[in-house]
Design a protein around this ligand. Structure first.
Ligand SMILES: [Zn+2]
Length: 183
């Protein structure tokens, strides 16, 4: 049951009356004068019903490199086929998903979502995308036990200029190895 908390209008003593006494005239236990219990309790005056539910405990956020990598596993050849079939539309989606994976691998935002979206529409941004993606190969290589990948970032840029589809397939292939390694 809620209680109405108010001050006696006569002697200013703090009083508590059960909610069922709302609007009733009672004798103040302090000054014995007849006083009326407030009819409409304000949320602050009502004890017990205004309690806020406790906030859920905040998740400890420790973005460790390689932690919580979203699963984006595809057959590399399927990336090529879908890219052609959808006239490149699939590649925009692919760029966004791959950016999420590579950002998780690196533990920071290497490729921003905007860059990922634009890279599907605009060749210079696409080359920039593979430049950034190539930079994460060191971390990808560390995850899959292939330290030699760190030397392939230049190759990624060159492929991004001349054969972006091949760059996408190679990248997808290495990313697949992350999940195979975990399984
Ligand atoms: Zn009183």
């Amino acid at each position: 049951m809620s209680e109405i908390v108010f001050d006696c209008p006569e002697c200013k003593s703090p009083l508590k009356v059960d909610e069922s006494g709302s609007g009733m005239v009672v004798d103040c236990p302090h000054c014995s004068k007849k006083i009326q219990v407030p009819r409409k309790p304000t949320p602050i005056a009502v004890v017990g019903s205004a309690a806020q539910p406790p906030l859920p405990p905040s998740r400890p956020s420790d973005p460790k490199p390689g932690a919580n990598i979203p699963v984006f596993k595809n057959e590399p050849i399927l990336v090529l086929i879908l890219g052609f079939v959808t006239c490149g539309l699939y590649l925009i989606y692919w760029n966004i998903k791959m950016a999420e994976v590579l950002n998780a691998v690196a533990g920071r935002t290497v490729i921003s979502p905007v860059a990922a979206i634009l890279s599907g529409c605009c060749v210079p941004v696409n080359v920039y995308y593979y430049y950034l993606a190539g930079g994460t190969l060191t971390q990808v290589g560390a995850l899959i036990g292939k330290p030699e990948l760190k030397d392939k970032s230049t190759m990624m840029v060159l492929l991004g200029i001349f054969f972006p589809m091949v760059a996408a397939m190679i990248l997808q292939g290495h990313v697949n190895e992350i999940y195979e390694k975990k399984a």
